[in-house]
Write a protein that binds this ligand. Sequence first.
Ligand SMILES: [Zn+2]
Length: 659
Amino acid sequence: MEKQAFILENAMKQVVDSLVQKNGEEQRDRITRGVSQVASFWKETDGTGDEFAAYCRNNYISDKDQLDKVFQRISTNMEVILGYFNKISADLQRPLHLDMGDILSVDESFGSYSPVTHFKDDFFNNKIAFLIALNFPHYSLEEKTRLSSSWSRKDWAYARLGDLFDSRIPSEVNQQVVNSLTKSDMYIADYNVFAGELLNNAGKTLFPPDMKLLSHWNIRDEIKSNYGNAEGLEKQRLLYEVMKRIITQEIPSQVINSPVYTWNPVTNKVFDDRNEIVATPEPSVRYAMILDYFHAQQKVDPYYQGLNTYLLRSFEKDMEVPLADLENLFTTYLSSPEMGKIAGVIRNRLGRDLEPFDIWYDGFKTRTSIPAETLDKVTRKKYPNPEAVQQDLPNILVKLGFNRDKALSIASKVQVDPARGSGHAWGAETREQKSLLRTRISADGMDYKGYNIAVHEFGHNVEQTISLHNVDYYLLHGVPNTAFTETLAFLFQKNDLALLGITGNNAMQEYYNNLDNAWGLYEIMGVSLVDIGIWKWLYANPGANPESLKEAVNNIAKDIWNRYYAPVLGMKDQPILAIYSHMVNSPLYLPNYAYGHIIEFQLTDYLKDKDFASEVERMYSLGRLTPQQWMKDAVGSSISVQPIINTINDALLKIVETH
Ligand SMILES: [Zn+2]
């Protein structure tokens, strides 16, 4: 597992010294940074030690103007390469995504072809990656954060160029990571529980005979959908027993993805017709999957200087937030007194003490009281075909406050296509392409559901267009992470009825929706902390086996519960936060959701009393800074949970007043 450096420390120092001698002491830092990064990537197959030294001496650019010229050329060429790679993928997937007749089996093969796969290898082989590492070196998150106050926009763009080549991982190591994820994906995709076969203690079934629930999503959603009906509570309790059996892996393997037997999850007994059979528990497969991924990531560890754990890479590199900062945001929110106040409202509405699964309380959501058929009629008439949607895009933007010229300019860079599925927004990666609004329109026009989604996706297209065309450097285009684009998409979507000329019919809707979002954030932060806790434990216990990991995960989940949930919901030692399937098939992705919601809340709160169009244009022209820097430049303050807490207090005040 040890990775041996081919270029030794001493050889590297000699190259640095000779370059400093030639170019001056004031360039020492830049030279050291560049040469050490080239050295860390250089392998025997790239050339001898002497060839490494010669490469650095011949390719180091000391003159500022020359450096800038090279930067501009690389930037132009990267826009060509990344832009057309993106167009190739989008075009090859047209038969899969667009409403254009039968899908041929060859379409699937073309659709899964990825032109970007060999990009990094090719650019190390042709040595352009070395040229970039030497002259536009990579900076760590800590360095970006520390230096960015003195950085110009161009310095930022140089740093983002350096991020393109921050590692050189052998393809067999990458392949092992992919294989591990593929295995756990398949495991999760087939992890169904047949609710129709679940028995209560009286031996009765409670659910429709054919009901099949994918863990954890469908089980959770079934719990949500059982608020407000008489038999709901018993069903919810039974489903929670199922979840606990999955987490502890006491679930009988006979009932996973199979409707053959009936099962009482409370007693954990399995029946063939009415006779009990011997139940064999699932042998900790859930935890073996996580462990397998840990082992795959351990192989990646030595290829990142300073980011030698999956935890560090997930936070410092992918999310660009230090883990300690993130945990601080989460625990501030989780331990705020407002959580107890929301719980109090839920308790009143349910008329009973809370239970662990009430972290999924679903009763705050309010929907429009206008019948679906009425709305369908309006949207079908307005949007009979994709052309009608295309033509109306500038009007939508004008209604949202953009001036006509700006509206026409943005809309001209968005292409509407009829989608097979519910649709999506596919952003361009070169200014020569349009971003794609793929939307569902049937033969009799666009129904309201399709329209509602299309308005959301159009919000993404607007972000994609501004953050590509208005950002001053191509290498800075985009946004720091998906939360920043989701915010705009949701703000568009929220206005869907107003855009049709239908005015809101429930003044309280906004307040209840805010409480719903706040309660959802409370839940997702807890599961995120469990995910983080698992990975901290793995690195502290690298010799773990599936059994010891299982025990650890159960303890971590109960510990987080006891700290932040037991005081609010009332009962101790519940493992419920460990049920999320993401922990198995996309480890450490969950914190992105929680962090994203904080960002969305804060941006939405900031925009609510501002000139929407001009602020959106200003903010989304900032480009891909770190999330923290973007937020500071956009709204003038750091990322914080305070706006959410204020929103909760506003909502609680209004809701109490009207009772
Ligand atoms: Zn979206």
